[in-house]
Structure formats: structure tokens, C-alpha cells
Write a protein that binds this ligand. Structure first.
Ligand code: ATP
Ligand code: MG
Length: 743
């Protein structure tokens, strides 16, 4: 089917053609034949990179241009939301019937807002979590949604985040029964079951843009699924490195999935030693430039230095311990073919469009602390294998598992290559996961009676797969808890949320976290300090995985605990009576110590070294801390706890920026973060007033502040830079351009 022959507005065709797409891929054609553009609910399950997004784009444009409708596009990750936003932006050139241009919005942050400004957008890209929080805030514009796109819908199977997607879809179906649903999925076994739940038709295909050859690497030979075999030159003693080198020589790129972050980094180092030697001079120059970009993005740390060194050799690693900025740089550079070999943890297999000719899966097992090793699912294997083959560059993509023995090779062929992906199961019926959703059902007026609550949960995928009776026990237990903790109350038959319950639901925190915070606020601490609040939030389940102390750190944490005993807003468990709880407490203490170091302006690199925390984890901890401190502030407002209010507010800002209190006034300036803020402060510019009076040249002479930033700073404080002065500065060749990223 040609794009030119499609029944869609000419303006849309033009843009698609200009993007280089003239012919639809078969799965796209099937989806359109199945009525996707006529408003039919549809589940489209087809392999990685088979072009599912374009179907969603066409549907969305149909709604905007022909039906005066509104589309919400749900993604599981912020990074994916950004990627989709970039893809949709090309349509903003099109004008609607009313003469206005199509508008595309994105909203992924701030869970305590209904974002009324989103009302004016035609297409809104968001994450499942943000959509859930918008529903809790009863965002009015959500009633106008005419199309919902649920991307990566196989996520339903994921224990932590699947239930949120399930709840969002169930709620939207409840409030907007007329809305069209388009669900996009990897190939899975029970598409029909998901389709039935969504009252949708379904299309499943096995079509791929590049042929996929799957096989097993044993020593120096690959055994393919079709019985073929191929020998790999033995350049080193490491079979995976040999395979990567082989791919490189044939002009392709390799993507290697390792089971842990550490393995990914170690392997990258080993590969780099070999690959660096075979690169040409011009390629090396390009890579030097890429390495500089990595060093310029954010504070310099041992991780950014290691990454930059590898990049010079055309190699990199990619995992959740890296900052978002570094991950993006590496992805772009791999996509542009500059980085030749990328080692990654499996998170990369998830929706990010990053194909390579050769995909190698180093280990089919995964390690879970406290659980040990377990084999990955077939679905996960297929997601990783599906990354093989770059359309337009590769004729064939290869996905290779590695085995140590012939027996293991047989096992892998049988259990992964020849196996079908598992069924997707709802993960909803877990108390910890759904207590917030039960509260929200009541607090956001989706149900007011016990019966109504069961009715709502009767519309979930869980109830479709099992039946609602099997979840009633869990819900009843949660209702009892919410009632006892005064988050909900009863009036005759009716259940309603108390003020506390309503606010907790809006704040998007676990009711258990809220109860912990409330009880702590009611307690008279002997001595309220930064540590009191930093520990309090680390003590709540919403802090997520705490930063586990290493054995050699335990003493240090124990001493810190003793020193700050008076400040904690929770009881310190008895070390001798309950060792496990005590060590968990030390983990919370470690989390608070890391946050404390961060707001005392300890450099990122020292934090990494001292606490062995990687930047990605540090940022996640900071994000969670900010949100929980904000929630603490809001709950303190609700309960009239005046003592905590100013401290909580101050900490929200300090944690956000990673600064001591004295920098608060000047980091409000754009372009001034913890590092530049400290430079300004130490040079005597301690307030906005000081900076107003500063001479431009004096600012320029400070380290890390070039003419551009100096001007930007002056303009923000109401200063004015004379045109002649500015031109003179710009002419000055000696001024190196300095990155304007926040530092
Ligand atoms: N008809 C087409 N012709 C050529 N290229 C296309 C066509 N349709 C989509 N593409 C390109 O294919 C690539 C992969 O598409 P897309 O990201 O939509 O895959 P997907 O099916 O969503 O995969 P995943 O399961 O990994 O999310 C994109 O770069 C897109 O521009
Ligand atoms: Mg996709």
C-alpha cells in the first residue's frame, strides 16, 4: 500500500513522504485494513521496529483533523515520551480546519497538578504514571480524549509498573466509553485476551523490516536456527569480543546485552582495547569530539571519564547508573554509527529505537538480590533479539545467545530461539501495589460504595483474566487499613475520602508513606534538623530501593545513627533484637547521608567514590527525595505543623540543586547551578544585588563563566549590556565558547 493512495489529508501525506516513507510496512497496512482509521479499537502486536508508531500517528492525525478530537499517547518511560514527542513535532506544520496549527504537548513531571494548560493541545504525550496522576486530579480536559494510544502494552506483565497502565486504561474506559483505543505491543501469546479486555480487534504479525537470524555461539562457532553454521576468527580468547570484531570488519555495529551494569562496563573495557586499534584516523577524530561532548555534559566524574575514554575507541556502555544526558549522547552517537560496539543492560531493549546488525546476549540469566539467578523470559529474549538489523543499512540482522557447553547450547535453542513468548499476566492483585489505586478510586470520585469499588476493579485486566472475587480479599483489607488510618470515612452506605486521604491521593504517594509522614509530624522530635527530614523520607516505601550499605560501611552508618539519634523521627530498631530491621534502617541512614552530602555540595565524584553510588541512582534518589519532601511540606500544611514547613520547603530547593543554604538566592538564575553558584559566591557575589552591581568583565573572568553566560546572568538581574560592548566581546577570538548547560 502506497502512502500516496491512503485516505488521509494531503498535508499529512506530504510530511510522511518527506520523512522518506513512501510505502507502508505490512503490519501498518493490516492495521489500517482492520479499521484503525475508522475509529475501531485495535491491538497491534508486531515485532520490534515494524513501524507501530506510524499507525498511531495516522490515527492521531485523523482524530485531530477529521474528528476535532484529542489524542493522548501513553508511554512507559520519560525517555520514550521525549522520543515520541520529537517524532510528532513534524506535524505541527499542518493547519486544522479552524486555521490553527496542530499542537503537540508533552507532560511527564509534577505529579501534583491537573495541568489545565494541556487543554489546548491536540496530541498529548505522557507517561502512564503521569496519566494516572492527572486522573486523580480530575483534569477536566481528559473527558475530551477521543483516542488513547497505549504503547508497549505488554508492560501489563511488569510487576511494578504494569498495574498503573492497567488502572489508567480501566479508568479511561469507564469515563470515556466512546473513546477509541489503539494498543501497541510486542508479539505475545495472548493478544486475543488483551483485545477482549479492551473490546478491541487485534492484528498480530511476525513481519520485520530486516530479516532476523537467530543463533547460538559456542566457542568459535555460531549455530543458526535454520541449521547453518559459521566459524568466527579467533583473535582473542573471548568469544564475544571475537564476534564483535567480526561484525565490525563486515561494516556493522554490535550491541551486547550484559546481565549487570558491572559486566557491561567490564566488557566494554575489554572490547575497547581491541577495537581502538582497527579504527581509521578520521573516525578517531570524530570520536574524540564525541568524547568531549560526554565530558562537557554535567559534572566531571570517574564514570564520565571512563565513558569518554571508551568512546574514543568507538565503544561505550549504557545502563541506568548513567545520567540521562550521557545515555542520550551515547544513543545518538550509536545511532549515527560513530560508536561501533555498545554494551548495555536489558533496559535498553525497551522501546528505544536503537538497532544494530549484531545483537549478542551475554547471559540468559539475571541476578536479583535476595533471590539469586533466574533465567530471563522468552518475551525479554525476543525484545533483545528484535533489536538486530538496521533498516536501510543491514540486509540481515543477527541475534546470538552465548553458550559454554554443547548441552547449554541445546537448552538455549530449545528454550529461547524456538520458543514462543509467554502469556501476559495482570500483576494487579498485590496489596502494596494497589492500595494507592484503591484510595484514588474513592478520592477522585470514581466510586463511593464498596460495591462501586468492586465494580471499578471488575473492569481491570486482572478481573478479565481471573475474576473480581479473587481480588476482593485484598481490596477489603486495604479499605480496612485506609479507614483505620483515617484516609477514608463512612457515611451510611457511602465511603468518602477525608481531607487527608484526598490530599494523599493527589500527592501520588503510597498511603503507607503518608501515614509514616503524618505520624512523624505528630511526634515531638527533640531536635529537628536536615537529617530528621532526610531520614524520614528515606524511611517511606516511596523512596524506592534504598542505597544498600556495603559491609565495610556498616560501622560508619551505625556511628552516624548514634550521633543523630535525637534527630530521627522514627524509632531506631534494636541492633541486638532485630538485626534485619536494624540493617534496613542503616540503609535508610545511608540514603539520608548521601542526600546530606549532596546538599553540602560534595562533588558528584566524591559521592560516587565514598558511597559507591552511580550518578543515575543518585539522580533517582534526588528526584524521589524532592517529591517526598514536597509531600511532607504539603502534609505539614494540612496538619498545621508550622515547625516543619520552612525546613521542608528549604530542603526541596536544596535537594533539587544540591547546594548549601547560602547559595539559595543566586541559583535561581538560569545557567547557574551548584558548581557555578559556588564560584560566584566565593568570588563575593552572594546575592542578586551583588550580581547587579558586578562589572561584566569581572563575571567573565570567573572560571566556567564565559561572555555568553555572563550576559545572560546580567540580563536576568535586570542589567543591560551595551551593544558595542557586546560586539567587542563577541569579536574577541580568545573567548572560547563555553557550554551553557547548568553546572
Ligand atoms: N513504512 C515505513 N517505511 C520505512 N520506514 C518506516 C516505515 N514505517 C516506520 N518506519 C521507520 O521504522 C522505524 C521503527 O519504527 P517504530 O519505532 O514505529 O517501531 P515499533 O514497531 O514501535 O517498534 P518497538 O516495538 O521497538 O517500539 C522508525 O525509524 C520509523 O521511522
Ligand atoms: Mg514502538
Amino acid at each position: 500500500m502506497k502512502v500516496a493512495d491512503l485516505q488521509i489529508p494531503e498535508s499529512v501525506k506530504e510530511i510522511i513522504l518527506r520523512a522518506g516513507i513512501a510505502e507502508l510496512y505490512p503490519p501498518q497496512e493490516e492495521a489500517i485494513r482492520a479499521g484503525a482509521l475508522e475509529g475501531r479499537n485495535l491491538v497491534l502486536a508486531s515485532p520490534t521496529a515494524s513501524g507501530k508508531t506510524l499507525v498511531a500517528e495516522l490515527c492521531a492525525l485523523e482524530h485531530v483533523l477529521e474528528k476535532n478530537g484529542k489524542t493522548v499517547y501513553l508511554t512507559p518511560l520519560r525517555a520514550l515520551a521525549n522520543e515520541k514527542f520529537d517524532e510528532f513535532k513534524k506535524y505541527t506544520a499542518i493547519r486544522k480546519a479552524d486555521g490553527k496549527r496542530i499542537s503537540i504537548g508533552i507532560s511527564t513531571g509534577d505529579f501534583d497538578s491537573s495541568d489545565p494548560w494541556l487543554e489546548r493541545y491536540d496530541v498529548i504525550i505522557t507517561t502512564n504514571e503521569k496519566a494516572d496522576s492527572l486522573l486523580r486530579h480530575k483534569a477536566k480536559w481528559m473527558d475530551d480524549i477521543s483516542l488513547i494510544v497505549a504503547d508497549e502494552v505488554h508492560l501489563l506483565n511488569e510487576a511494578e509498573r504494569g498495574p498503573t497502565l492497567e488502572i489508567v486504561l480501566a479508568r479511561l474506559m469507564q469515563v470515556n466509553p466512546a473513546m477509541q483505543i489503539l494498543a501497541l505491543s510486542a508479539t505475545i501469546n495472548n493478544v486475543k485476551e488483551i483485545a477482549e479486555w479492551l473490546k478491541a480487534d487485534y492484528v498480530t504479525t511476525e513481519w520485520r523490516p530486516v530479516t532476523l537470524r537467530e543463533g547460538i555461539l559456542l566457542h568459535d562457532e555460531i549455530q543458526y536456527r535454520d541449521g547453518d553454521a559459521r566459524k568466527i576468527e579467533k583473535k582473542t580468547s573471548n568469544a564475544i569480543i571475537n564476534l564483535a570484531l567480526n561484525t565490525l570488519r563486515s561494516g556493522g555495529q554490535a550491541l551486547i546485552f550484559a546481565s549487570t551494569r558491572k559486566n557491561a562496563a567490564v566488557l566494554a573495557k575489554k572490547v575497547a582495547d581491541q577495537v581502538g586499534e582497527v579504527l581509521s584516523k578520521p573516525i578517531k577524530r570524530t570520536l574524540e569530539h564525541e568524547a568531549d561532548k560526554i565530558l562537557a555534559a554535567g559534572e566531571k566524574t570517574r564514570i564520565s571519564e571512563a565513558l569518554a575514554e571508551l568512546t574514543k575507541c568507538g565503544v561505550a556502555f549504557h545502563h541506568a547508573g548513567l545520567t540521562g544526558g550521557h545515555r542520550k549522547l551515547i544513543e545518538d552517537s550509536f545511532r549515527q554509527g560513530k560508536i561501533k560496539v555498545l554494551t548495555a543492560t536489558p533496559t535498553l531493549a525497551f522501546g528505544v529505537n536503537l538497532p544494530a546488525r549484531m545483537v549478542v546476549i551475554q547471559d540468559y540469566r539475571r541476578y536479583e538480590p535476595g533471590y539469586g539467578y533466574y533465567p530471563i523470559s522468552v518475551l525479554e529474549y525476543k525484545q533483545m533479539a528484535g533489536r538486530a538489523g538496521r533498516p536501510k543499512y543491514d540486509k540481515v540482522g543477527e541475534a546470538i545467545l552465548t553458550a559454554k557447553t554443547a548441552d547449554e547450547a541445546d537448552y538455549l535453542m530449545e528454550s529461547y530461539v524456538l520458543a514462543h513468548p509467554e502469556r501476559i499476566w495482570s500483576r494487579l492483585a498485590v496489596e502494596r501495589i494497589i492500595r494507592g489505586h484503591v484510595l484514588a478510586t474513592i478520592a477522585a470520585d470514581f466510586a463511593h460504595t464498596e460495591r462501586g469499588i468492586y465494580d471499578f476493579f471488575g473492569g481491570t485486566f486482572y478481573a478479565h483474566q481471573y475474576d473480581v472475587d479473587s481480588i476482593k480479599g485484598v481490596i477489603a483489607k486495604i479499605l480496612k487499613y485506609l479507614y483505620e488510618e483515617e484516609l477514608i470515612d463512612l457515611s451510611g452506605e457511602n465511603t468518602y475520602a477525608t481531607k487527608f486521604g484526598k490530599r494523599v491521593s493527589e500527592l501520588y504517594i503510597d498511603p503507607v508513606s503518608a501515614v509514616i509522614i503524618r505520624d512523624a509530624l505528630n511526634r515531638k522530635s527533640l531536635y529537628l534538623s536536615d537529617v530528621s527530614l532526610l531520614h524520614l523520607i528515606s524511611h517511606t516505601p516511596d523512596m524506592g530501593p534504598i542505597l544498600r550499605p556495603y559491609t565495610r560501611e556498616l560501622d560508619e552508618m551505625a556511628i552516624f545513627t548514634e550521633e543523630h539519634r535525637e534527630e530521627f523521627l522514627a524509632d531506631v530498631p534494636n541492633e541486638w533484637e532485630d538485626r534485619i530491621t536494624y540493617e534496613e534502617f542503616l540503609g535508610e541512614v545511608k540514603t539520608s547521608m548521601v542526600l546530606k552530602a549532596w546538599i553540602e555540595e560534595t562533588s558528584e565524584d566524591s559521592i560516587i567514590e565514598r558511597y559507591r553510588v552511580q550518578p543515575g541512582d543518585l539522580y533517582r534518589t534526588i528526584e524521589n527525595a524532592k517529591w517526598l519532601l514536597y509531600a511532607t511540606h504539603e502534609l505539614a500544611t494540612l496538619f498545621g505543623n508550622k515547625e516543619v514547613l520552612p525546613l521542608a520547603l528549604e530542603l526541596v530547593e536544596r535537594v533539587e540543586k544540591g547546594i548549601k543554604k547560602e547559595l539559595l538566592p543566586i541559583v535561581k538564575l538560569e545557567g547557574v547551578g551548584r558548581v557555578r553558584g559556588r564560584i560566584l559566591y566565593n568570588a563575593g557575589y552572594k546575592t542578586i544585588e551583588d550580581i547587579k552591581h558586578a562589572a561584566l568583565d569581572n563575571l567573565i573572568n570567573l572560571p566556567l563563566i564565559g561572555p555568553k553566560l555572563a550576559r545572560k546572568i546580567k540580563e536576568q538581574v535586570g542589567g543591560f549590556v551595551k551593544k558595542e560592548k557586546w560586539e567587542k566581546l563577541e569579536r574577541g577570538e580568545e573567548w572560547k565558547q563555553k557550554a551553557l548547560t547548568e553546572y
